[in-house]
Structure formats: C-alpha cells, structure tokens
Design a protein around this ligand. Structure first.
Ligand code: GDP
Length: 350
C-alpha cells in the first residue's frame, strides 16, 4: 500500500493554491476520483472479504472433497470426483484472490449445492484451488509476454513433429522442449509420418539428418519415438508412454496428432471436439484446453488454437539450464541456433 497522505496539510495547501489562483478544480477532481490509493483500497477490500470468508472456517474448506477440473467453460466448469462430474461455478471472491482463473487439470475443493442442472448433473461451487504440480501457459506472442495458464498438473507433453508434409522444424521442437520442462512436464519427442521415408538422394539426406537429431535428443535424456499413424508403426510404444498418465499434445497442425490418437483409440476424434452439454445455460464457449480419457488409462489434453506455449520463468540467465549441450559446448549447430533464437526472444521482452 502506498503511504497514506495526511489530510490536514494537503487541504491547507489546496486552500492557499485556490486563493493564489493556481488551483485547477477539474484536475483536482480527476485526481481525487482515481488515485492509486482508492484502487488499492478497493483491491484490499476484495482480498479481505475473500480471506474473511475463507478464514471463517478454513477447516471447513479442508474437509470438502477434492475434484479434478475436466473442462472449463466461460461460466462453468466440469469437476470430477469419484466418477461423478459436477457442474461448478467458481466462488466470486476466489477469482479475485487467486492469481489466475481455474484451468483444466486443476485440483479443487468444491462444495455441493444440493441442486441439479437441467441435464441432471449435480451442481457445486469451487471453494479453493489446490497448489499446482505443473503448469502450461499460453504465450500470446513469440516474445512470451502475457502468459496465461491453460493446463495444470499434466505430467508430460507429447511433442509431435512429422518427417515431412510438413517438414519438421527442429527449432520449434526445441522451443516446445523448453516450454514443457519449464512448466515441470516431461517432454516426449515423437517423429511421425515415418512411412514417408527417402525416395531420392535429397530426402535420404534429410532422413539421415532427422535420425541424428533424434539421437542427440536421446543423448540429452529425452524420450523419443518414431511413428506412422498411416502404417500403424510405433504405436505400441506410444500406448505404453501414454498409459496411466496425463499428456498434453503439442505440435503444429498437420503433423498427425489426431491421426495418432485415432490410431490408438479409434473412437476418439480430437478434431471433432466435445459438444457442450450445457445447452440450456447459454454459454458454450470452451477455453483452449480439452481433455480426453484414454480407454487404456490416462488422458490426453489437446489445446486447439494455442499456437505457442509460454516459457515459464525462463530468462536469458537460466535458459542454459534447458540447453546443457550448449552450456558444455557439445551442441550441434542447430541447437546453438535454437538457443540463440530463444535467448533473443527473451531479451526483447525485458
Ligand atoms: P493434426 O493437425 O496434427 O491433428 O494432423 P492430422 O492427424 O489431422 O493429420 C494431417 C494429415 O496428415 C492427414 O491428412 C493425415 O491423414 C496425414 N497423416 C497423419 N499421420 C500420418 C502418417 O503417419 N503418415 C502419413 N503419410 N500421413 C499421415
């Protein structure tokens, strides 16, 4: 809070300015109405009210059941607890005290209202967001400004690239690796469309280069995978990696993400998307993250419309933590280029 200005001397000051003809009434009024102080007071009031409500009986909130957020709509969210999905609103004051709104994957304490929605779903109110284990943000520009969380608590990120059509851009894979790692997710690099292998000398050279890149990733400790959704190769490894875990799908459009998911679970078409069942309640818009349950255990989260993930807490100073090969001077040229490009984008943010 800014230091409080004392009222007395200020008024005296005003009076003397008024009499001396230097007093601008319009300006004074603007200042009075929009001082930082009043803004802070307003915010503090909101904080205090929220804290009070929570403090009234924190043990009461502790005792509430914890559920997982499956989907977030503009006004409602779906929260799952013991195989039951609740249609939840978020307590108004919670949005004000929490840094961000709730996102898919959040674990929340919720209070059942005892009422039911038109579709028969039990209704509830989210009372508290539990601490997040991992976080994935959206970067609204390449500079990574304004990072908004979109997924919480996912364990890993499947970074899909395709050998060709479209040809893989390793610099973008490197950036996704940093996005995953910085948010606490384990990255997996999946090179798809392996059926489109060499047909002439030029493409044969590209294949060899891709092979080398994958070996370099392995040497850095990353899990790598080569698949063909078309010829159904590499799918067993994919299933084994996804089983029982929550995985965010990443990779440009056209690389074969939805084809891969369809190949391992034919009834699941992530491109079709889920149609909102909250038909009577007006709002259908979903935020960018959608979660799909896998029959063999685990879930995948697709983030349609999110072109770039943010780099959580990454600065020019700590970027090398994500490029140990650059740090110890064993990086091939393309890795050094990736590092330089990301470092540049971070520098221009400052
Ligand atoms: P997404 O945008 O990443 O979900 O990509 P899609 O799954 O929609 O695939 C884009 C195009 O690539 C479609 O025409 C697919 O049939 C094709 N495709 C996907 N996987 C493969 C593959 O392994 N090999 C080949 N040859 N084509 C593929």
């Amino acid at each position: 809070m800014p230091p409080r200005r004392r009222k007395g001397p200020r008024e005296k000051d005003l009076t003397s300015r008024y009499f001396s003809g230097h007093y601008d009434e319009d300006r004074a009024e603007r200042q009075e109405r929009f001082t930082d102080r009043s803004k802070h007071a307003q915010q503090n009031k909101i904080l205090k009210t929220a804290a009070l409500q929570e403090e009234r009986d924190p043990a009461d909130v502790d005792a509430l059941p914890a559920g997982e957020v499956l989907q977030v709509y503009s006004l409602y969210s779906q929260v799952e607890h013991e195989s039951q999905t609740y249609l939840c609103t978020v307590r108004k004051t919670l949005n004000k005290i929490s840094d961000t709104a709730i996102v898919v994957g959040d674990r929340v304490k919720f209070r059942s209202s005892g009422k039911f929605a038109e579709n028969g779903q039990p209704e509830a109110v989210v009372e508290r967001i539990l601490p997040r284990q991992t976080i994935l943000t959206r970067a609204d520009s390449f500079k990574g400004q304004d990072q908004h969380p979109i997924v919480a608590n996912a364990q890993q990120m499947l970074i899909v690239a395709s050998l060709r059509n479209p040809r893989v851009k390793w610099g973008l894979v490197d950036r996704m690796l940093v996005a995953a790692r910085s948010g606490g997710l384990i990255p997996i690099v999946c090179l798809n469309k392996m059926d489109l292998l060499a047909t002439d000398d030029r493409t044969r050279a590209e294949n060899a280069a891709a092979e080398k890149v994958m070996l370099h990733y392995q040497s850095l400790g990353y899990i790598t995978l080569q698949t063909s959704a078309e010829q159904k190769t590499g799918l067993e490894s994919l299933v084994n990696l996804l089983r029982g875990r929550v995985t965010v799908l990443a990779g440009h459009s056209g690389v074969g993400k939805s084809s891969l998911i369809r190949a391992i679970q034919p009834d699941l078409d992530i491109r079709v998307g889920e149609v909102s069942r909250i038909t009577e309640k007006g709002r259908h818009t979903t935020t960018s993250a959608r979660r799909y349950v896998l029959d063999f255990g685990g879930a995948v989260i697709d983030t349609p419309g999110v072109k770039l993930f943010g780099l959580w807490g990454v600065t020019r100073d700590n970027l090398a933590d994500h490029f140990p090969d650059v740090a110890n001077d064993t990086a091939p040229e393309w890795r050094r280029e990736s590092y330089a490009r990301i470092a540049d984008s971070l520098a221009s943010e400052a």
